[in-house]
Ligand binder design. Structure first.
Ligand code: PRX
Length: 626
């Protein structure tokens, strides 16, 4: 049943490190800015703020204005002055299990400093953009923190994206430097990252240098003067020695991260040093109750926001030990993850519904082979988790002991927004209620609140420190996309409902964003990849429900004269999208169509296509072209 409660046991509550749950919630309710100021006071500032929140130029909110800070200093340097100096910051295991690396905070500082010296030596300084395109290896963490340390703005591009996506992101950000690796390993197969970089750079004149980390050790061409092996650079005198941490304004850019929206090219979501730091630090501390005894594993890739906030920044701000695994859940066998939890004694495990559903399919025997008793908390993110998968996760992995934190948030929010804490009664499939002090609402088309139990649009009502500071280079688009429809309220792009207990249930995106295995893709991106194929006149991509992946991509294609709808062409088009945009965007199905349904003003009616594909009523067709 949808409404059933799962109460945390008295033991589970007694074991949390945080004690004053009620008082915290109460203080945030009564004085939101005071609450955040108190959290911020737990971190290190070169100079404290004049104002906690400056909302004089809405929706361009600013936090901790006047303060001087650097997030990297808080992730690394501050721990060197405590017992954490020799504590493990990062543990890593390779996909094939043949190598394992571990870094204390002391070692992390050495690695980050060296990388920062090298990046600086490439002529990169404060405010310059650096694109990072790698697999899940420790160097991606060093690169992100090194950029932050010297005030450069990192733009991490997911290693599962391909040429079109990478090139667009490098060009839009006008990056000076690209940091990559020769290749990465995915399910035993080599992904030729450097080759993809080479192709992308043909049309990216701003890039002066490419740093290449050796990972797969296969032969790759290196362009003289532009490409440099990282290990060669490390051997140079410039790499060694101290590197000053740049003193940043709280509102100075920390990173941009491209994410897909309804229309047009992906948006460069901008986050800043001060607010993002306070938001990710606080939410990880309270939602996952993270502590020095924990070993925290977030399975996300650093190429997505979850990896930014909760694999890199959040854990390191908390001085936690974070585990990072290069591979996926089921390679070579479906017990890979469970084996790692046992081997490394993971205590908090944060993953995505798509992975849980996929692993659930292999049955209980795989996890049951392993001792999972180190676990105390579980987490889920990226898409709605169906109650069946939730219950399996709870019973088979968490042994009914470990509460599941179903965290709802977005690239744009930077931090958890609707989420339980370990002491909250849970309902499978609901993220429960907004985080301390936050307010959400479900509204109708006109922005009026709808009654409980009724579906509507999810909006957020008050600002929070880790909120995006805009779309890099396009302030107008920021206002138009998120703030225009319901003045004064942030539009999330999700539909949801609130039940009679005040719990929120996310239904899904209301725009043209598709969530494939938790990866956020835009229909526009898939369509732009298709249109570069000579046979395609026009196309429309839609997301359809899929048992494991959450959503599958279906494309309707109108062919150019002279091309016939064959099975071979269909396969070729799917491959074309995978090569250009990335394997994650490979369409599950291509349907050839004589004419796409359009409105009289020429807009493709994806709603009609979606209904047709599912055999559902097509609704109001009065605006259809013919
Ligand atoms: O639709 C919601 C879904 O993911 C969207 C945000 O995607 P992205 O920016 O890639 O960030 C994903 C990781 C934070 C949201 O608009 N979503 C995210 N978390 C959940 C979710 N849907 C339901 N439940 C969640 N816990």
């Amino acid at each position: 049943m949808e409404g059933e409660f799962y109460y945390p046991s008295q033991d589970a509550i007694a074991q949390t490190y945080v004690r004053d749950w009620e008082a915290l919630a109460e203080s945030a309710r009564n004085d939101l800015q005071g609450f955040w100021a108190e959290r911020a006071n737990e971190l290190f500032w070169f100079k404290k703020w004049d104002k906690v929140l400056d909302d004089s130029n809405k929706p361009f909110f600013q936090w901790f204005t006047g303060a001087k800070v650097n997030i990297a200093y808080n992730c690394v340097d501050v721990h060197l002055q405590t017992f954490r100096k020799n504590k493990l910051a990062l543990i890593w295991e390779a996909e094939d299990g043949k190598s394992e690396r571990a870094f204390s905070y002391y070692a992390l500082n050495r690695e980050v400093t060296r990388m920062a010296n090298i990046i600086k030596s490439m002529g990169v300084s404060k405010g310059d953009r650096v694109t990072i395109y790698m697999g899940r290896v420790p160097e991606i963490v060093f690169a992100m923190l090194a950029c932050a340390k010297i005030g450069a703005i990192h733009s991490v591009v997911f290693g599962g994206f391909s040429v079109d996506a990478l090139q667009g992101r490098i060009a839009d950000s006008e990056s000076k430097l690209v940091i990559t690796s020769d290749g990465s390993m995915q399910n035993g197969k080599l992904v030729e990252l450097k080759r993809i970089v080479d192709e992308s750079l043909r049309h990216c004149p701003t890039v002066e240098n490419v740093i290449v980390v050796k990972r797969t050790n296969h032969d790759i061409p290196m362009e003289g003067g532009r490409d440099h092996w990282y290990h060669d650079l490390c051997a140079l005198p410039i790499a060694n020695g101290k590197c000053a941490t740049e003193v940043m304004d709280a509102e100075d850019p920390l990173f941009i991260l491209y994410t897909s929206g309804s229309t047009g090219k992906p948006k460069a979501i901008l986050h800043t040093h001060g607010g993002y730091m306070v938001g990710t630090y606080t939410t990880l501390k309270y939602v996952f109750d993270i502590n020095d005894e924990d070993r925290f594993w977030c399975t996300a890739d650093p190429g997505w926001i979850t990896g930014h906030s909760y694999l890199v920044y959040g854990p390191m701000l908390n001085g936690a030990t974070t585990f990072m695994f290069e591979g996926g859940p089921a390679y070579p066998y479906p017990n890979r993850w469970w084996q790692l939890i046992e081997r490394f004694g993971v205590s908090i495990f944060y993953t995505a519904p798509t992975a849980i559903r996929a692993l659930m399919r292999f049955g209980d025997a795989w996890p049951n082979k392993h001792d999972l008793s180190s676990l105390r908390l579980l987490g889920s993110v990226g898409e709605p988790i169906n109650p069946e998968a939730w219950k399996w996760f709870h019973r088979v992995i968490g042994k009914e002991r470990c509460p599941i934190m179903d965290t709802w948030w977005q690239t744009e929010t930077g931090m958890f927004m609707i989420t339980p804490t370990p002491v909250v009664p849970l309902k499978p499939g609901s993220g429960t209620r907004p985080f301390f002090g936050q307010e959400a609402e479900i509204v109708d088309e006109e922005g009026n609140p709808v009654p409980d139990e009724q579906e509507g649009y999810l909006v957020l009502k008050n600002p929070w420190p880790a909120m995006m500071r805009g779309i890099y280079g396009d302030p107008e688009r920021y206002v138009r996309t998120y703030w225009n429809k319901y003045p004064g309220k942030y539009m999330t792009g999700d539909s949801a409902r609130r039940d009679k207990d005040g719990y929120y249930w996310i239904i899904g995106r209301v725009d043209d964003v598709i969530k494939v295995s938790g990866h956020r893709l835009g229909t526009a991106e898939v369509e732009s990849a298709l249109i570069t194929h000579p046979a395609v006149a026009e196309s429309a991509a839609i997301g359809l429900p899929h048992e494991i992946k959450g959503q599958a991509i279906m494309c309707f294609v109108q062919l150019k004269p002279g091309f016939g709808p064959t099975e071979e062409l269909s396969e070729e088009l799917r491959k074309h999208v995978a090569t250009h945009l990335g394997p994650i965007a490979r369409p599950d199905e291509i349907k050839f169509i004589d004419k796409l349904p359009k409105t009289r003003s020429g807009k493709i009616m994806r709603r009609v296509l979606k209904a047709r594909a599912q055999g559902l009523p097509e609704g109001d067709l009065s605006t259809l072209e013919e």
